[in-house]
Write a protein that binds this ligand. Structure first.
Ligand code: PEP
Length: 258
């Protein structure tokens, strides 16, 4: 089997539910109990929940040793100290998180996080033993102006410069075009695959082994009825799911397509 096919076959899929600032403790209990009861999840697929900070401890206690992963949506770039309202990487690790999002477009656009800060958070997360999920993606205007690859490469390069390519061995990437997030306008499987392949080739130019191993998720209006076509693409290793991760049947459907 050629290397690229072998790498694809060996990469596990990941379906991650980013609740954003939504949900309740009751929904969390319901979601976790349904996910743990689900018997039709593909053997090659892991499921990750990213609830708001206040629900992490509850989620951890409900999951315990069962096969469901837990992560957070954000972290501070500071390790500790006088940073009112912030949450450190070590705190997230202590309450059972294994993953954390960095560079989600809502953090970049609405909270002023630039490439440097995102790269810093990536490093701080890994230092605490967390696996960062680096989100990247272009706006509608940038795509229209032919800048998709320029933007995604700039966002990736900032992390490569700060952390080094080997750091991607303990990270996940997510391509999330801004025009597809929360809009109902999903990228077509071909559009998404094109950018995923570009990301993988960009990494391969530096380190082919890491490029073959790293999971690249697609995010942007993934639903139960479009997930399978997206996840079947060569370089798409699962999804980062926003709105649909708050609906039990939708999210289960996406996980089954994993
Ligand atoms: C997201 O916010 O990461 C996301 C992909 O949202 P949605 O699925 O709602 O488009």
């Amino acid at each position: 089997m050629p290397n690229a096919q072998q790498d694809q076959a060996e990469r596990r899929h990941l379906v991650a539910g980013n609740w954003k600032m939504n949900g309740t403790a009751a929904l969390l209990r319901n979601m976790i109990s349904n996910l743990l009861d689900e018997s039709d999840l593909p053997a090659n697929t892991d499921v990750l929940l990213l609830p708001p900070f206040p629900y992490l401890t509850l989620a951890e206690s409900l999951i315990q040793d069962q096969p469901l992963l837990l992560g957070a949506q954000n972290l501070s770039a500071h390790e500790q100290g006088a940073h009112t309202g912030e949450v450190s990487a070590a705190m997230l690790a202590e309450v059972g998180c294994e993953y954390v999002l960095v560079g989600h477009s809502e953090r970049r656009e609405l909270h002023g996080e630039d490439d440097d800060l995102v790269a810093e958070k990536f490093v701080v997360a890994q230092r605490a033993g967390l696996r960062p999920i680096l989100c990247m993606g272009e706006s509608a205007k940038q795509r229209k102006n032919g800048l998709t690859e320029v933007i995604v490469k700039r966002q990736l390069q900032a992390v490569l410069d700060r952390a080094g390519v080997a750091a991607l061995g303990n990270a996940v990437l997510a391509y999330e075009p801004l025009w597809a997030i929360g809009t109902g306008k999903t990228a077509s499987p071909e559009q998404a695959q094109e950018v995923h392949a570009y990301i993988r080739q960009t990494i391969a130019a530096v380190d082919a082994r890491i490029a073959g191993q790293v999971q690249i998720l697609y995010g942007g209006s993934v639903k139960a009825d479009n997930a399978a076509d997206l996840f079947a693409q060569t370089d798409i290793d699962g999804g980062l799911i926003g709105g649909a991760s708050l609906q039990v049947e939708q999210f289960l459907g996406i996980c089954r397509a994993g």
